[in-house]
Write a protein that binds this ligand. Structure first.
Ligand SMILES: Nc1ncnc2c1ncn2[C@@H]1O[C@H](COP(=O)(O)OP(=O)(O)OP(=O)(O)O)[C@@H](O)[C@H]1O
Ligand SMILES: [Mg+2]
Length: 249
């Protein structure tokens, strides 16, 4: 593998929270902004949204301004991504670029303005889900990290860790398995259950392998909702009280 030139260094260099991982958005230099990015990562159906909702309420009660951002929710890209997913006719690199564009749009229009204004940005998935999904589809990992060099390193990344059997039980009791979450596009067979198990196992390995690289704080997501939330709040409290972010009370 060729080394990546320094000016193109991506999300694999030194991590400085609140700073671009690498080359950044060239037209948007960032300074030291008061806001903070807290990302909740984890695979499909693990419980991210449940935790974010509870965390948001708790932060708002304390007087923090909170902005939520979530994967594929950009106004610019959401309709295109929905369309692309409904037909499955695009190749994997095109999907990678659609997701990266969605993220860049949210970074510029939601995340950076919120950081400037001193908000806590709660991110339901961050770049790591994109790296994991593309990684298990065989996209070059160094290239992916270079691509996402425009992203800002979060201040905290919580990884909701689960085993595949617990995940299957959770997903089946909540809503069932869908085509993409089961990796059916990888054409590993017609059985959605088998495909889900194989695909999610690979994804979980991919997330775990990023844990040290990106400094994930790992939370055991097999536990009940309130225990996970307690852990989250403890970490967030410790972080925010030692930071320079102000609270409107
Ligand atoms: N710790 C938990 N223990 C048991 N069930 C849980 C737990 N956390 C969430 N759930 C349940 O699992 C389901 C999925 O939760 P949630 O929607 O929060 O997950 P998600 O990670 O946001 O999923 P998605 O990938 O679909 O966005 C819900 O029915 C929720 O009530
Ligand atoms: Mg969700």
């Amino acid at each position: 593998m060729n080394p990546i030139p320094e000016e193109f260094q991506g999300a694999n260099g030194t991590i400085q929270p609140g700073r671009y991982y690498g080359h950044g958005l060239p037209y948007l230099p960032i300074e030291h902004y008061p806001g903070k990015i807290i990302a909740i990562e984890g695979t499909d159906g693990v419980g991210r949204s449940t935790q974010i909702q509870l965390l948001r309420e708790w932060l708002e009660v304390q007087g923090y301004g909170v902005v939520e951002t979530g994967w594929t929710r950009s106004a610019l890209m959401q309709p295109t991504i929905e369309l692309a997913k409904s037909s499955n006719t695009l190749n994997k690199l095109t999907f990678v670029l659609l997701y990266a564009t969605d993220f860049a749009d949210r970074l510029e229009k939601e995340i950076i303005p919120a950081l400037k204004a001193g908000f806590v940005v709660l991110a339901d998935r961050y770049i790591f889900s994109a790296l994991a999904r593309a990684g298990v589809r065989g996209v070059d990992r160094a290239w992916l990290r270079s691509l996402y060099g425009f992203a800002i390193a979060p201040h905290l990344v919580f990884y909701l860790k689960i085993d595949v059997d617990t995940l299957i039980r959770r997903v089946l009791s909540a809503r069932g398995m869908d085509f993409w979450e089961s990796g059916m596009d990888l054409k590993g067979g017609d059985d959605i259950y088998d495909s889900f198990r194989a695909y999610q196992s690979k994804l979980l390995r991919e997330y775990s392998s990023m844990s040290d690289e990106f400094g994930f704080r790992v939370l055991d997501a097999r536990r009940p909702v309130d225990l996970i939330q307690e852990d989250l709040r403890r970490h967030v409290q410790a972080f925010l009280s030692s930071s320079d972010i102000s609270v409107d009370v």
